[in-house]
Design a protein around this ligand. Structure first.
Ligand code: ADP
Ligand code: MG
Length: 392
């Protein structure tokens, strides 16, 4: 049974500073750190002016950064063999095309926002699994963003954090070319320890929801199915297009304004199911917030189950591995489980009694082995702190 360790924060900072020094032959000026995330409920609602409820993971990415005297940029990662090198002016929409686009894109977006970003050397290292639907991409962007913000003298107020999140969204959509609705960057920058973050994409507001699972003896178990989701493979774009179609047919500003009665009147059967998922999912987020505030975990479990069924049957973004992880978690004692993230692979999240965590993880491993799936990886998702600067 494999659990992915978040690592010891001080060790990670030490390691990224050492890697920086051996890559560039000088010390880093500053280290930024940003967490990955797991969304508790509210999937494909961000681009529909809806609601979602992510928590920051203890797993994070660190970016060690130092200013240069020229306009060159060098970006290296412990997770990628190839260093990228270019000029500040050479990154922008479509450039670079490789992994470094997520980091170079942030420099471009901050320059676009009027900040005097200098030439930089950057080294990143982290513990967020890549491509697992736990937002290693936003962790990378936000770790670079907070480090660069520090170098250019920006104090990390909530307003600055929102501005940095917007820059990271631009980096991912316009430079890396991966569509994103903004949930990942928002929670990475605005999360609080022991809280989930309720994000309202209509009002552009956030609210901290205290998430105290410990008194109930519960924990969050995340299972990475190791099926790499890809937001670029057309499934995501097709879902967005169906949602836009529903909005046009219903004559509303967004699916946030639609109700289920309106949706049932949509003529196209597939578009009707897509819209039904979004509208019902937004309602489930509100219900889940109330249930969490009431510490009604059985109700949270029911909402997880309904959410998973909606994603599997109406939105059609699950896959056999995700369905197996969710079903097995519940059979083995989870209070509730659902797939999380954009879908077509990635991870599931379950609310599990503390003493059942290992048994649930083992049961999922056994089911995956029996079905001939790749061995999954598990994470304990303790609601953690937002992006920030690491102490030396
Ligand atoms: P997710 O965000 O769910 O992990 P994405 O496909 O959105 O999946 O982003 C994963 C991509 O982000 C990786 O394939 C890689 O290009 C880039 N990435 C994320 N973290 C790192 C890292 N530490 N080093 C290098 N590239 C990274
Ligand atoms: Mg991502």
């Amino acid at each position: 049974m494999a659990f992915v360790s978040p690592g010891v924060p001080a060790d990670l900072v030490h390691a990224v500073r050492a890697s920086f020094r051996s890559a560039y032959g000088r010390p880093a000026d500053v280290v930024g750190r940003a967490p990955g995330r797991v969304n508790l409920i509210g999937e494909h609602t961000d681009y529909n002016a809806g609601l979602c409820l992510p928590v920051a993971l203890p797993h994070a990415t660190c970016a060690a950064v130092a200013r240069r005297d020229d306009d060159r940029v060098r970006i290296a990662s412990r997770q990628e063999p190839r260093m990228w090198e270019g000029d500040l002016a050479s990154s922008g929409p479509g450039h670079p095309t490789e992994w470094a686009s997520y980091a170079a894109g942030v420099l471009w977006a901050l320059r676009e926002a009027g900040h005097a970003v200098p030439g930089l050397d950057i080294y990143v290292d982290g513990t967020v699994p890549l491509g697992a639907g736990l937002s290693s991409s936003a962790a990378l962007e936000c770790s670079v963003a907070v480090a660069v913000a520090k170098l250019v003298g920006l104090e990390p107020s909530d307003d600055v954090r929102r501005e940095l999140a917007a820059a990271c969204v631009r980096a991912e959509t316009e430079v890396a070319g991966a569509p994103t609705g903004g949930m990942d960057q928002t929670v990475s920058l605005l999360a609080r320890t022991d809280c989930a973050l309720l994000i309202d994409f209509d009002e552009h507001s956030t609210r901290q929801i205290e998430l105290d699972l410990e008194p109930a003896g519960l924990v969050l178990l995340v299972t990475d199915t190791r099926v790499t989701h890809s937001l670029n493979d057309g499934g995501y774009a097709a879902r967005r297009a169906d949602c836009e179609h529903a909005v046009a047919r219903l004559g509303v500003a967004s699916l946030r304004q639609a109700d289920l009665v309106d949706v049932e009147g949509l003529a196209d059967e597939r578009v009707r199911r897509r819209a039904r998922h979004v509208v019902s999912e937004i309602a489930r987020v509100e219900l889940a917030v109330r249930a969490i505030e009431d510490a009604d975990w059985a109700r949270v479990g029911d909402l997880f189950e309904q959410s998973h069924a909606s994603m599997r049957d109406d939105f059609e973004i699950s896959c056999p591995e995700l369905d197996a992880a969710v079903e097995t978690a519940v059979e083995a004692g989870a209070v509730g489980a659902r797939m999380t993230g954009g879908g077509f692979g990635g991870s599931s999240v379950a609310v599990v009694p503390q003493e059942r965590v290992e048994a649930v993880a083992r049961a999922i491993d056994a089911r995956f082995a029996a079905q001939g799936f790749r061995a999954p990886a598990h994470l304990r998702a303790v609601p953690s702190a937002p992006a920030g600067i690491c102490a030396d």
